[in-house]
Design a protein around this ligand. Structure first.
Ligand code: NAP
Length: 435
């Protein structure tokens, strides 16, 4: 059912401004405020409130004196603001505040991937129930308008696969290890100094941030409701420069790849480091850039790339969502109604694999590994060993012919108990050019 608003019906000259309240005046919140105060005079958006804890220390002199600053959330939620822009982050109290704003009939714009991945379907239903909207274009790939593109621009296709490089921090670290041959730890420290990694990098390097984004892409692109915990997630922490040396020999490089595929009534999904062919689009994404590839039954593959994070690029996505609301495109709250199915989720992709072992050298090591793999009906494709390494910590690589992840996991469980291993073996899929 379509509901019209005052600004739908009026001509642009008469339209009342959409009143905007920002919750959270941090990196993205302050960048949104900057863009809003730099809008042309006929802009339909008017910033009326800024909320933050201890707001006094946040106050700036470049915003209109008409903007009300507050640390009292009750004052904001009961104000006449039409749209609440949530840029506080995290699950609580953002979840409660957004729910209350929607129940009060306000619309919400958020960049909060964690919250949307966990509670997106319920919040969209709440928005529909109360005649508002919830937009989250900034929650995936920052300034790259991929949420809008999958939801609107490619709505005519039946998308069956989305995959991409969704975490700029991981990509920055991996390309630094690749180019400079440094260890993971020193690349992480440099990323932290350069402002590309948080003091606590867990969400980024262990894959949880990318996984939240993949959940959102699965919902809007593949029309499948998936819980974050259902998607297997592998950290990039155990990668080292030697893995790039071996992967280059195989005509590949390594990226943190998030992929989800809708097939035979299931969703296959994972977030993990993977080998990608040097000539693939994924290999060309370096530094903190993001890339999303969508595959559709009719339209084939479409690529979206750009800055996936940063105050300004993320703020652009937030303001675009606000303008969308002001233009009334979201006026009938149709965009909050994303019909999606709950499907079984599996991480059991079939692919070739790269295994890197670090061992205390002695006779019989390769035979022990080969025998265990053979017992699990897994064929070895090649063995790569560079000379010149210490015999007490000798790295070598085994590549495997295509096999399902589950089959390999069972074999690796046995192999990881072998006494010559210096540390746990590293396994990665080797993806094809088509991914
Ligand atoms: N930064 C990016 O590049 C980026 C990209 C895409 C999406 N996002 C998302 O955008 C959102 C905001 O990120 P951000 O980088 O702008 O974070 P941020 O710089 O940490 O800003 C968050 C702001 O919210 C305030 N805040 C936090 N908890 C609060 C509470 N309980 N009550 C009142 N105020 C509170 C913080 O105040 P204090 O200063 O007191 O801590 C801070 O000013 C997150 O959901 C994030 O995932 C960010």
């Amino acid at each position: 059912m379509a509901t019209t608003t005052a600004f739908d019906q009026a001509s642009p000259a008469q339209a009342p401004a959409v009143k905007v309240a920002i919750l959270g005046f941090g990196t993205v919140g302050s960048a949104v405020a900057r863009i809003l105060c730099d809008q042309p005079s006929h802009s339909p958006l008017r910033l009326t409130h800024v909320f933050n804890r201890n707001v006094g220390r946040k106050q700036v002199d470049w915003l209109s004196t008409e903007v009300q600053w507050s640390s009292d959330i009750e004052k904001i939620l009961s104000s006449d603001a039409d749209v609440i822009v949530e840029l506080v982050g995290g699950i609580d109290p953002a979840h409660e505040w957004i729910s209350r704003a929607l129940r009060a009939g306000k619309s919400v714009v958020t960049a909060n991937k964690k919250l949307i991945a966990q509670h997106g379907p319920q919040l969209s239903a709440l928005a529909c129930e109360h005649g508002g909207t919830i937009s989250f274009g900034a929650s995936v790939a920052g300034g790259v308008p991929v949420v809008d593109a999958l939801q609107e621009g490619l709505a005519g296709d039946q998308l069956y696969k989305v995959c991409g490089i969704l975490n700029g921090t991981c990509n920055y670290i991996l390309t630094k290890v690749e180019r400079e041959g440094v260890s993971f730890d020193s690349a992480l420290i440099e990323a932290q100094h350069a402002g590309f990694a948080e003091a606590d990098p867990t969400d980024d390097v262990d894959g949880y941030d990318a996984r939240a984004k993949l959940v959102i892409l699965s919902r809007i692109g593949l029309k499948a409701i998936v819980q974050p915990e259902q998607i297997p997630c592998t950290s990039i922490r155990s990668l080292s420069a030697i893995d790039f040396i071996y992967s280059h020999e195989l005509g590949c490089t390594i990226r943190q790849i998030s992929r989800a595929e809708r097939r035979d009534g299931n969703i296959y999904a994972s977030v993990q480091p993977a080998l990608v062919p040097i000539e693939s689009p994924m290999a060309h994404i370096t530094g903190s850039l993001n890339l999303v590839l969508s595959s559709g039954k009719y339209g084939g593959q479409t690529a979206f790339s750009g800055h996936g994070a940063g105050g300004h690029s993320t703020a652009v996505a937030v303001v675009s969502d606000l303008l969308d609301i002001a233009r009334g495109r979201s006026g009938d709250n149709a965009r909050s109604q994303i019909s999606a199915d709950v499907l079984p989720v599996s991480g059991n992709f079939a692919s070739e694999h790269y295994l890197r072992f670090t061992v205390r050298d002695r006779p019989g090591i390769v035979a022990a590994i080969a025998n265990t793999l053979a017992a699990h009906r897994i064929n070895i494709d090649a063995l790569l060993q560079k000379p010149g390494f210490d015999k007490d910590a000798l790295p070598f690589v085994v590549t495997l012919e295509q096999c399902p992840t589950k089959q390999l996991e069972a074999a690796m469980l046995e192999i990881s108990k072998l006494d010559f291993l210096v540390h746990a073996p590293l396994t990665m899929p080797i993806l094809t050019k088509e991914l």
